[in-house]
Design a protein around this ligand. Structure first.
Ligand SMILES: Nc1ncnc2c1ncn2[C@@H]1O[C@H](COP(=O)(O)OP(=O)(O)OP(=O)(O)O)[C@@H](O)[C@H]1O
Length: 577
């Protein structure tokens, strides 16, 4: 419990006034809940003793009517505040989690599945916020009811009867809590299996087109069913432990009831107690049942939430390997970038993908990068985005190590068009504006022109405002590529990286875009990774990457004079035309 409170201490402090009001409301509701039974006992004794008069009757009836009404009013206010704070807490925890994810580097995303990350911010986070609300509501209210009830039973009715009937309850409760705490390990397993199932469902939803194209619906459903079955099975263990709970406690509680009733009748016969008092007493014993069960349930919830907190914390305490420090410098422009003996190994791989790479990029140059598939071209160029730290060697910008600059500044220098195009479920214009949110219409139009997307706009029903992405208009592969290029261009980046971004456009469109880049990006740096030689033909320098190493370097003409991969592939492409 302390763990949960510690985790959300900042939130409690921020909303302390609301919490104090809720505390006051809960104690008032607990007190009011117990009063009608007391009034009832008093009424019975007044009737039996013949002392009932008009004013006492009005008072009794008035109390019996007003108490539930005031309870309702206080509960209404409490529930409103409680729901509001729970939602605000969920929102803020989720926001913190997502902000933290944005700070993480690529290694982190290689370590955790999407489904796992989603389940931590949904199921686990819900469990934390539920427990946080329960601590307040469940413990304060129920402990309040129990203490008030025992107080009234002991002080105003009979301590002896209270001790006889109530002391047995903690014994039952202790047994139950032991059983429930053993359940914890199954909850942990369940959470992990649930995360796996989420990942599987996500994969099926994302891959539904491929699944249908290969008529793999049955197979996929079988796998999905396995994941769901595993989830149900893990939940079954938990339910088995839960099913110990109610019957066992009811036995203990039944004994308490019988003791209260038997000894109560004895005390009446001994004239130590009135009938009205016994009715009030037995009603209070009945009223203790709910709060005691509730407290035990809350402890279970807290137990589960502790597992969820561990899972949430596991993410929140991850520190990215690529991060800024206090000495990180600003950078808005550069003269030269130098790769010096750069070797890079992906976090969970055994062999480096790029090895001992040395080359320079001068500001304003266009660099072409070609090479066989899987040779390391994307990996090489993505080092400029600071997704990972290089394994050996160093990248220098104007003679300063790249990691001495602010990560955000480095990324602001670059407009990166990746191989896989991510479009958001927004309008065409909004998708482009991600590159530069404060850009005006002229800037959008210019980016669209350079990316040669103008002609496509004519076919989109609502032009720039046409919704694209998941459930919007479906764009062709080439249109998606050009939209992504426009997004990078609107940034007017110092360095534009096209990572095989012209692969889905025809040769004429490619020519147009390359021509536009030469005209509109004078003085800026372009890096073009491509399989088609026409895309890099005009580059100032072309690098040939084979098996993670630079094997050739020069202009198109220079490379054609060398007997190497470039010339062979070029001839092959030409003869295939
Ligand atoms: N995130 C990753 N983790 C581990 N290995 C990776 C990762 N990304 C790429 N690789 C591996 O690195 C090697 C180089 O991949 P890369 O994408 O850089 O090649 P490429 O030359 O750009 O290929 P292509 O021309 O097909 O796009 C490949 O063997 C690939 O399997």
């Amino acid at each position: 419990m302390a763990n949960i409170i510690r985790k959300i201490k900042w939130f409690i402090i921020e909303h302390r006034v609301t919490y104090v009001i809720m505390l006051f409301l809960l104690l008032s509701i607990a007190f009011i809940s117990l009063t009608p039974a007391y009034v009832l006992g008093f009424a019975i004794d007044t009737v039996i003793s013949g002392k009932l008069n008009e004013s006492t009757l009005v008072m009794i009836v008035g109390a019996l009517v007003l108490l539930p009404v005031s309870r309702y009013a206080l509960s209404f206010v409490y529930n409103y505040l409680s729901n509001k704070t729970a939602q605000t807490l969920t929102f803020q925890l989720r926001k913190r989690y997502l902000s933290h994810l944005f700070e993480m580097d690529s290694k982190f995303f290689e370590l955790y599945d999407k489904g796992d990350l989603i389940s931590r911010v949904t199921a686990d986070l819900d469990s934390i916020t539920q427990a946080a609300s329960s601590i307040m509501e469940g413990i304060i209210f129920n402990v309040g009811v129990i203490l008030f009830a025992i107080g009234v039973m002991g002080f105003s009715i009979s301590w002896e009867l209270t001790i006889i009937s109530v002391t047995i309850m903690p014994i039952g409760l202790t047994i139950l809590n032991i059983i429930r705490s053993k359940k914890r390990k199954y909850v942990k397993i369940h959470r992990e299996i649930y995360a796996e199932m989420t990942e599987k469902v996500l994969e099926s939803v994302e891959g539904q087109k491929t699944i249908r194209a290969y008529v793999q619906e049955e197979n996929d459903l079988d796998k999905l069913k396995d994941a769901i079955d595993a989830d149900i099975e893990s939940w079954r263990y938990i339910v088995r432990y839960e099913s110990w709970f109610n019957p066992l406690f009811e036995v203990v509680y039944g004994i308490a009831y019988v003791l209260a009733f038997v000894f109560g009748v004895y005390f009446i016969l001994e004239s130590k107690m009135s009938l009205g008092q016994l009715i009030t007493f037995v009603s209070y014993v009945g009223m203790l049942y709910g709060p005691i069960i509730a407290i035990s349930t809350i402890f279970t919830q807290i137990n589960n939430a502790t597992i969820s907190i561990d899972r949430y914390d596991e993410i929140m305490t991850q520190v990215p390997e690529v991060h800024d420090d206090l000495t990180s410098k600003d950078i808005i422009d550069f003269k030269q970038i130098r790769f010096e003996n750069v070797t890079f190994l992906y976090p969970f791989d055994k062999q480096p993908v790029i090895k001992d790479i040395t080359f320079e990029i001068n500001n304003g140059q266009t660099i072409g990068i070609v090479g066989p598939t899987g040779s390391g071209k994307s990996t090489l160029i993505r080092q400029l985005l600071r997704e990972f730290n290089v394994t050996q060697g160093q990248i220098y910008i104007d003679n300063q190590r790249i990691d001495s600059y602010k990560i955000e500044d480095i990324r602001n220098l670059v407009g990166y068009v990746p191989q896989t195009h991510i479009l958001f479920k927004r309008g065409v214009d909004e998708n482009i504006l991600i590159g530069k949110p404060n850009a005006n219409v002229d800037m959008i139009n210019k980016a669209i022109k350079i990316a040669d997307f103008e002609k496509d706009l004519l076919f989109l029903q609502q032009g720039l405002h046409t919704m694209v992405g998941e459930s919007g208009t479906t764009l062709s592969g080439g249109q998606k590529q050009r939209l992504s290029i426009a997004r990078a261009l609107i940034k007017e980046p110092e360095i534009l990286i096209l990572d095989d971004s012209l692969s889905a456009v025809d040769a004429k469109t490619e020519d147009t875009i390359i021509g536009h880049l030469i005209d509109f990006r004078k003085g800026k740096t372009n890096i073009i990774v491509a399989h088609r030689f026409s895309a890099v033909r005009d580059a100032d320098v072309i690098l040939v990457i084979e098996n993670g190493q630079i094997t050739q370097k020069g202009t198109h003409e220079e490379l054609l004079k060398q007997d190497g991969w470039y010339k062979h592939q070029y001839i092959q492409q030409m003869t295939m035309k």
